[in-house]
Design a protein around this ligand. Structure first.
Ligand code: WT7
Length: 708
C-alpha cells in the first residue's frame, strides 16, 4: 500500500478534504464498434459544440429536442444568482412533449411496458395514444373533480406501476407541481413531505407486489395524513388507484368524503381531453425530496424547460436512446433517477420505457434477464447495489438468456472495478457500452460520465464532466486540486446547466448556504463564474481528466444508492421515550455499499434489552421506512464525546467497521471507547457479522465520518 501524501492546503480542515487516496489505475475498455456505428453521438465535433466558449448557447441543442409553444429570448439569466433561469421567455408543456406529439406522430408505438412482479401476470404494453387517453382523463379528474390548479402542489406516494407516470404527466399537463415520495418510505415520512410542500391532495394506491406479497399501501396514507396534520397541514382529498380492477388490497377503510377510488372518478371523465397548459420555462415541474445534514428534508424544485431539455439531451447522447429502442431502467420512479431516466427523458424522446414493479431477484436471480429476453430490452440501467446482488444470487444466470444489450448504465454509488467487470462481461456479454453516471437529486440529470461512443470506459471512474458541464476539485481553501495529483478534494461544478434545481422548496437561504456559499467568490456578483456549485462529494481526478467519486463529505449515508441523513435517522430513534441520545453511522456492506448502525444511550432508570433495540428499529421503520432500518442497534452506557459535548461519530463508525479508532485521548470520556468496542465487536464476532477489511478509501471515509 502506498504511503499517504501530505495534503497541500493549510489547517486541519484542508487535510480532511484532501486526503491522498491511491488506487490502481484501471485499463481503458473501448466501446464495441457495433455500438459506435449506431450511436447518437459519434462525431467528436460534439465536444467542440459544447466547449466552454459556446456556453450557454450550446444547450440550444437540447432545448431543440422539445416543442416550444413560444421560443425563449434568453438562454441563461444570471441576474439573481445562484437562482439561475434557463430558456427565459420560452413556454412549453411537459405532458405535451412526452405524450401528445408522439401520439400524433406514432400513435401505436409502445410508450410503456409494465412488468408486474408476479410472473404469472402478463406484461402490459401501453401505446402513446393509449397513454394520451389515460393522461387526459386523469387530468380531467384532477382539474374538474378535485379542483387542482396550476401551481398547486400534490403529493404522490405511489409504487412502480404505470399509473405513476400517468399521474405525473396529468399533473404536468395542468402545471400542477407533483411531489412523488418513494413508495417504500413510511406514511410518517410521506406526511412530513406533504406538510413541507403544502399539499392538500395525496394520490396513492391500495397495494402493490413486493417479493411476491401484496403490500397494504393505503394504510400508509392514513399515517401520512396524521403526520401532516401534526405539522398543521390538512389534506382534503386522498385519491386511491387500485392495483387490481374492482378489488381493494388494503385493510384500512376508505374515509367517506375524503378518500376516493380513482376508477370511480375516471368513469365520470371517459374520453375527456384537457388542453395542456403552456408553462413558462422556469415554472416548477416537480419537487423531489432528498436528505441533508439537518433533519428537515429538502424539496428540490425542478423546472419545466431547463429540466426537460436536459433529460432529453442526456437521454439521447448518454443513454443513446433512439425511438425504436426498448429501454429499461430498473430504478424506482420515486427517486430522481426514475423521474429523469424512466419517465421524462425516455418519453420526451418517444421511445419505449419499461416499468418493473418488483424486486430484481423475484422469484430468482434470472428474472431481469428473462424480462430483457421477453421484451427485447437493448438498453439497461441499474445501480451497483442491484448488480452486486444479482451477481451474488446468480452469477451464471445472464448466459442462460438470449438478450442483447447495446448499452448499460450504472448509477448512484461508486462501483468496484471487479463488479464492473462482471457487469461488462456477463450481463453485457462483452457487447455493451457502459456509462457510470455520477449525479444527484439536485442536478436533474448526469454530471459526470463518458460519452459512450467517443470516450473509453474506465472501471470505477465515472469519466469526465458531461457535455457543457465543467467540474473542478477544490481543497478547503478553494485552491484547485490538479488532475493527476493523487489528492482528493471537494468536487464542484463551475457553471450552471439546464437541469440544475431552482432551489429548496420554502428554504431559499438553505439553498444558497448548502450549495454555493462555500466557494462563492463574491456574493454580489451576477457572473456565474463566481458561483461554483458545491456537490458535497469527495473526488479525485486522474491525469486523463476522469473523476473517481469517493462519496459524501457530509453526514449523509448512501444506502443502496440512496441518500439517508444521519440526523433524520437519529431523530427517529429519539422518538423512543427511553432513548437519551442517538448516533447513526455507516457500515461497509458488500451488497448495499453502506448500511446503517445506530448507537443509543438511555435515560436514567432504563436498562438495555433486546425489546428496546427492537423498539428503536421499529421507530426508524415508522418514521422513515425499511430502507433506513439499522443492521444493528447498540445500546451503550454513554457516547464517546468531545469536551464540548459533541458525539464522536467517527469513533463509533470505526468501531462498527473494525477500523482503528485513531487518537481518542482528547475526548471528554476516553475510557468509554474500549468498553463500547469490546461490547460491539464481540457481539459482531458472535453473530458472524465481521466486515471485510476496509480499502484505504473506505477507511478514510469512516475515519472522518461526522467531522472532527
Ligand atoms: C449521491 C447522490 C442521482 C443518482 C441517484 C442517487 C452518489 C451518485 C454516483 C456514481 C459514485 C455516486 C454521490 C452523490 N453517487 N452516482 N456514479 N459514482 N457515487 O441520487 O440520492 O441524490 O445521491 O450519490 O455521493 O452525491 P442521490
Amino acid at each position: 500500500m502506498a504511503e499517504s501524501k501530505q495534503p497541500q492546503g493549510s489547517g486541519a480542515q484542508a487535510s480532511e478534504a484532501q486526503i491522498a487516496v491511491h488506487w490502481r489505475e484501471e485499463e481503458y475498455v473501448p466501446p464495441p464498434p457495433k455500438f459506435v456505428e449506431q450511436a447518437n453521438a459519434k462525431d467528436p465535433a460534439i465536444f467542440d459544440r459544447f466547449s466552454e466558449e459556446h456556453f450557454p448557447d450550446c444547450f440550444k441543442e437540447y432545448a431543440d429536442l422539445l416543442v416550444w409553444d413560444e421560443p425563449w429570448h434568453t438562454t441563461l439569466d444570471t441576474s439573481k444568482p445562484p437562482f439561475w433561469k434557463w430558456f427565459v421567455g420560452g413556454k412549453l408543456n411537459a405532458s405535451y412533449n412526452c405524450v401528445d406529439r408522439h401520439a400524433e406522430a406514432r400513435p401505436d408505438k409502445t410508450a410503456i411496458i409494465f412488468v408486474p412482479e408476479l410472473e404469472s401476470d402478463e406484461h402490459v404494453a401501453i401505446s402513446y395514444s393509449e397513454l394520451h387517453r389515460r393522461v387526459n382523463e386523469f387530468a380531467a379528474v384532477l382539474r374538474d373533480s378535485v379542483g387542482l390548479k396550476t401551481g398547486d402542489r400534490v403529493t404522490l406516494h405511489m409504487p412502480m406501476v404505470p399509473e405513476l407516470p400517468v399521474t405525473m404527466l396529468a399533473c404536468a399537463r395542468l402545471g400542477v407541481i407533483h411531489s412523488q415520495v418513494f413508495g417504500g418510505f413510511s406514511g410518517t415520512a410521506c406526511g412530513h413531505r406533504i406538510a413541507d410542500s403544502g399539499s392538500r391532495v395525496l394520490i396513492t394506491m391500495d397495494g402493490y407486489y413486493r417479493s411476491g406479497q401484496m403490500q397494504d399501501h393505503k394504510a400508509k396514507a392514513d399515517e401520512a395524513l396524521e403526520a401532516a396534520r401534526q405539522e398543521g397541514q390538512e389534506v382534503d382529498k386522498v385519491l386511491v388507484w387500485r392495483r387490481r380492477d374492482g378489488q381493494y388490497a388494503s385493510k384500512t377503510p376508505m374515509a367517506d368524503g375524503r378518500d376516493f377510488f380513482v376508477d370511480g372518478l375516471l368513469s365520470e371523465h371517459r374520453g375527456a381531453t384537457v388542453e395542456p397548459v403552456s408553462m413558462p420555462s422556469e415554472a416548477p415541474l416537480f419537487l423531489m425530496y432528498t436528505s441533508g445534514t439537518t433533519g428537515r428534508p429538502k424539496g428540490c424544485v425542478h423546472s419545466t424547460g431547463g429540466y426537460l431539455s436536459y433529460v432529453a439531451g442526456t437521454s439521447k447522447y448518454y443513454q443513446d436512446i433512439h425511438p425504436d429502442d426498448v429501454y429499461w431502467c430498473m430504478a424506482d420512479i420515486g427517486w430522481i433517477t426514475g423521474h429523469s431516466y424512466i419517465v421524462y427523458g425516455p418519453l420526451a424522446l418517444g421511445t419505449t420505457t419499461v416499468i418493473y414493479e418488483g424486486v430484481p431477484n423475484y422469484p430468482d436471480g434470472g428474472r431481469p434477464w428473462r424480462v430483457a429476453e421477453t421484451l427485447g430490452v437493448n438498453i439497461f440501467h441499474t445501480s451497483p447495489t442491484a448488480i452486486r446482488m444479482l451477481r451474488k444470487v446468480g452469477p451464471e444466470e445472464p448466459k442462460k438468456y438470449d438478450y442483447h444489450f447495446k448499452h448499460m448504465t450504472t448509477v448512484g454509488e461508486p462501483i468496484e472495478p471487479e463488479v464492473w467487470r462482471w457487469y461488462h462481461s456477463e450481463v453485457g456479454k462483452g457487447k455493451a457500452a457502459i456509462v457510470d453516471t455520477w449525479w444527484q437529486t439536485e442536478n436533474g440529470g448526469f454530471l459526470g460520465s463518458t460519452l459512450p461512443a467517443l470516450q473509453p470506459m474506465k472501471p470505477g471512474s465515472c469519466g469526465p464532466g458531461v457535455l457543457g458541464v465543467y467540474p473542478v476539485i477544490y481543497d478547503e481553501d478553494a485552491n484547485e486540486v490538479p488532475a493527476g495529483s493523487g489528492n482528493a478534494g471537494n468536487i464542484c461544478i463551475r457553471n450552471p446547466w439546464p437541469g440544475i434545481f431552482q432551489g429548496i422548496w420554502g428554504q431559499p437561504d438553505r439553498f444558497v448556504a448548502t450549495y454555493y456559499r462555500k466557494y462563492n467568490k463574491d456574493p454580489d456578483s451576477t457572473d456565474w463564474h463566481d458561483w461554483p456549485y458545491f456537490a458535497g462529494d469527495g473526488a479525485l481526478q486522474a491525469a486523463d481528466g476522469y473523476f473517481r467519486i469517493l462519496g459524501r463529505v457530509d453526514d449523509v449515508i448512501n444506502v443502496a444508492g440512496h441518500r439517508l441523513g444521519t440526523k433524520e435517522i437519529e431523530s427517529a430513534a429519539l422518538t423512543v421515550p427511553e432513548v437519551a441520545e442517538a448516533a447513526a453511522v455507516p457500515v461497509i456492506d458488500d451488497i448495499r455499499g453502506r448500511v446503517v448502525e445506530v448507537y443509543v444511550s438511555l435515560k436514567p432508570g432504563f436498562e438495555p434489552s433486546k425489546a428496546l433495540e427492537k423498539k428503536v428499529s421499529a421507530a426508524i421503520d415508522t418514521q422513515i421506512g425499511k430502507i433506513a432500518r439499522p443492521k444493528n442497534v447498540w445500546i451503550v452506557p454513554d457516547m464517546p464525546k468531545t469536551r464540548s459535548g459533541k458525539i464522536m461519530r467517527r469513533v463509533i463508525a470505526s468501531i462498527s467497521n473494525f477500523a482503528d479508532v485513531g487518537d481518542v485521548t482528547t475526548l471528554a470520556n476516553p475510557e468509554i471507547v474500549d468498553s463500547i468496542r469490546h461490547y460491539v465487536q464481540s457481539s459482531k464476532v458472535a453473530r458472524d457479522d465481521v466486515p471485510r477489511e476496509l480499502t484505504e478509501a473506505e477507511f478514510e471515509e469512516i475515519k472522518k465520518f461526522g467531522g472532527e
